[in-house]
Design a protein around this ligand. Structure first.
Ligand code: ADP
Ligand code: CIR
Length: 344
């Protein structure tokens, strides 16, 4: 792409970027730059280089969401079904629906994560190596102050034995070390510097440091005890919030580099065996989509389902509370389990 020319999108490109970046919007944005030097060309680089993107944009800092709003607001609205305002956090367990017996039987493991970034720093796509190190130091310090049941060890990525790294990735505890969407967004600059994994002693609580977001706070365990997983996540978020100042926006809630993660920044997912529905993957995606759910493969985003097992999660993260998004997932997977029973 010529730096300020209107980008070329192939005929097969269906990203939110390609659909919302009109010539008029580009003309309005192309010369703008945020205080951390993030330009409109930076904002769209991933979606221009990776035309199979479903979304295609990454923000460089909090200001990106306001300055580039003529593009980002329609993208956000289409993905989440709203563009805010975002409600106050709510991790209460009181009104969660009960997991259906049939869904519970099909669940192999349950994970809930939220993304967070630190106030006062650019997001990953625009951060400098020095700022990234400072972010890591602050997170490491906060991690030493977790309550006893969440305590564990920080493993810096540059020092990690490759065999251990592969094992952690295979067991879904560590991020993959290649992602062309993140690479194009500038999120893998200086890899693996200042990246790392905090893992609790029982491996049920973890924090990814300086990957797509500065923190991914994660609760994961075998089986379908959604309540226990959610409660652990809430404990971790509360503990870290008291030692770190997280980046938020008055309308958009928690700010993240990818606009699909705004608001709660929460993805609650189950690995679920859907033997009957696996017969027609396209129909499974359509059905899940209609229920407000997203289907991913067994190794997360951009991976394949295997042995009839899929990663099913809430799609919407903005304009809903954490408890409501989780309730939506619980209801949705009950419906999927029922349809799977009928199809088996
Ligand atoms: P993210 O959830 O952070 O957006 P991914 O979709 O890449 O990113 O998932 C990250 C990792 O978490 C992957 O290894 C994925 O398989 C794993 N994962 C997600 N949900 C579950 C689950 N319910 N059980 C086990 N692993 C999971
Ligand atoms: C894309 O545009 O496909 C990547 N940048 C990832 C977008 C977020 N993922 C998702 O909604 N599944």
């Amino acid at each position: 792409m010529e730096e300020k020319g209107f980008p070329a999108f192939g005929t097969g490109c269906a990203s939110l970027l390609s659909r919302h970046l009109t010539r008029r919007v580009w003309e309005e944005l192309k010369d703008l730059e945020t205080g951390s030097g993030y330009t409109a060309a930076d904002l769209i680089r991933s979606g221009v280089e990776q035309q199979e993107s479903s979304v295609g944009v990454y923000a460089g800092d909090a200001e990106s969401y306001d300055l580039f709003s003529p593009l980002l607001t329609p993208v956000v609205r289409e993905y989440h079904g709203n563009a805010g305002p975002h409600p106050a956090p709510d991790y209460s367990l009181a009104h969660l629906p009960e997991l259906s017996v049939s869904a519970a039987r099909k669940i192999i493991s349950t994970r809930v994560r939220v993304g967070r970034n630190l106030a006062g720093f650019p997001l990953g796509p625009a951060i400098s190596p020095g700022q990234r190190r400072e972010v890591e130091e602050r997170i490491k310090a906060a991690l030493t102050r977790l309550p006893e049941h969440l305590q564990g060890t920080y493993h810096p990525l540059p020092e990690m034995d490759p065999a251990l790294r592969d094992d952690l990735i295979e067991r879904h505890l560590l991020f993959k070390n290649e992602d062309r969407f993140l690479l194009s967004a500038g999120l893998m600059r200086d890899w693996p510097e200042a990246r790392g994994l905090f893992l609790s002693h029982d491996e049920a609580f973890s924090v990814w440091v300086n990957e797509e977001d500065q923190l991914r706070i994660i609760s994961l365990q075998k089986g379908g005890d959604v309540t226990e997983v959610f409660k652990r996540l809430a404990d971790g978020v509360a503990a870290l919030s008291s030692h770190l100042d997280f980046l938020t926006h008055p309308r958009l809630g928690s700010l993240t580099s990818c606009p699909t993660n705004l608001g709660t920044a929460m993805r609650a997912s189950v690995h679920m065996k859907l033997k009957g529905l696996a017969e027609d993957e396209e129909a499974l995606h359509k059905t899940a989509n209609a229920l407000g759910l997203q289907v991913r493969g067994i190794h997360g985003e951009h991976s394949e389902g295997r042995g009839g097992i899929y990663d099913i999660s809430n799609r919407m993260r903005l304009g809903v509370t954490e408890a409501a998004a989780l309730g939506h997932l619980i209801d949705g997977i009950a419906r999927l389990a029922l349809l799977d029973d009928e199809a088996s």
